[in-house]
Every structure is written in C-alpha cells, then in structure tokens.
Design a protein around this ligand. Structure first.
Ligand code: FES
Ligand code: FES
Length: 158
C-alpha cells in the first residue's frame, strides 16, 4: 500500500505516493523525476547515489523515502545557482575530472558537504571525504585537484 509523502528536494516540495520499502534514490529518480542521482551498486558501496539530507551526505539507495519526509534533500541538480554551475562543477570539468560521469553526482555531493563543513581542506581530508565514492575512470587525482581548487575559489569569494 502506498503512503502520501512530501519530499522537499532542492527547496521544492514534491507530493508523491510511495511504498514503504521504496528507497529515497528510486523516489527521487522515478517519482520526483530528478535523474541526476545515479544508481550504481544499490548496496551502499559506490556513492553514486549520494545526496545531502539536511546538509549531510548519505547513500540514498540505502535510505527509505518515507524517512526523508519533512527533511531537506539536496541532489546534484540543486548545486547550480541562477543558471551558473557551482565552482565544484565547473572546475571538475576544467580539470578533466569527469569521464564517463557516472560517479560525478556523488563526488560533487560529497565535495559540497566537505567544503560546507571545512572550507580549507588538506589533500588528505579531500581524499578521506571522497572515500565512499568510487570512480573507475579518472584515477581520482584530477577529482582531488579540482576539489582543492574549488575550495580556494569558494573561500576566496566567501
Ligand atoms: S548505488 Fe548507492 S552506494 Fe552505490
Ligand atoms: S568518471 Fe567514470 S566512474 Fe568516475
């Protein structure tokens, strides 16, 4: 049996109806229609499905949609502002940190959570923050470099 639920995603309230076992990931992609968040392993291993819940990163494949009611969900679609890519997005492209792109939404979400909490991370802290995000393409170095550059730019503009 389905239950009515209000999901607030990127500041917009969506009225959906979900089964009790529906994951937040599936609700975002299929009920809300935001497909930026990716399904990789569906088992809390790869980080492709990562979103922010009240500002904290979590794997949405392993979280029930019903548990997100009344909370603030941020997906990769919520990072750009006024039609401008977030510096993390722009610099990740500039540094060639996007190849197949499957890990990218999760990488961006983890990086955003890191910079919100720690505007001046060391390289080690960046690597630690991205520890739950697997990338099979880039070798990570370009992504780490992009996050370090974005941190400089964001904190310089803050
Ligand atoms: S799809 Fe959720 S962690 Fe891999
Ligand atoms: S860019 Fe392909 S998995 Fe990371």
């Amino acid at each position: 049996m389905k239950t009515a639920l209000t999901l607030t995603v990127n500041g917009i309230a969506y009225e959906v109806e979900v089964e009790p076992e529906r994951s937040l990931l599936t609700a975002l992609r299929e009920d809300v229609g935001l497909t930026g968040t990716k399904e990789g392993c569906d088992d809390s291993e790869c980080g492709a499905c990562m979103v922010l819940l009240d500002g904290r990163p979590l794997n949405s494949c392993s979280y029930l949609a019903l548990q997100a009611g009344g909370r603030q969900v941020t997906t990769v679609e919520g990072l750009a502002e006024d039609g401008e890519l977030h510096p993390l997005q722009r610099i990740l492209l500039e540094e060639f940190g996007v190849q197949c792109g499957f890990c990218t939404p999760g990488m961006l979400i983890s990086s955003k959570a890191l910079l919100d909490e720690n505007p001046h991370p060391t390289e080690e802290e960046v690597r630690l923050a991205l520890g739950g995000n697997l990338c099979r393409c880039t070798g990570y170095q370009k992504i780490v470099r992009a996050v370090m550059r974005a941190a400089e730019e964001v904190s310089a503009g803050a």
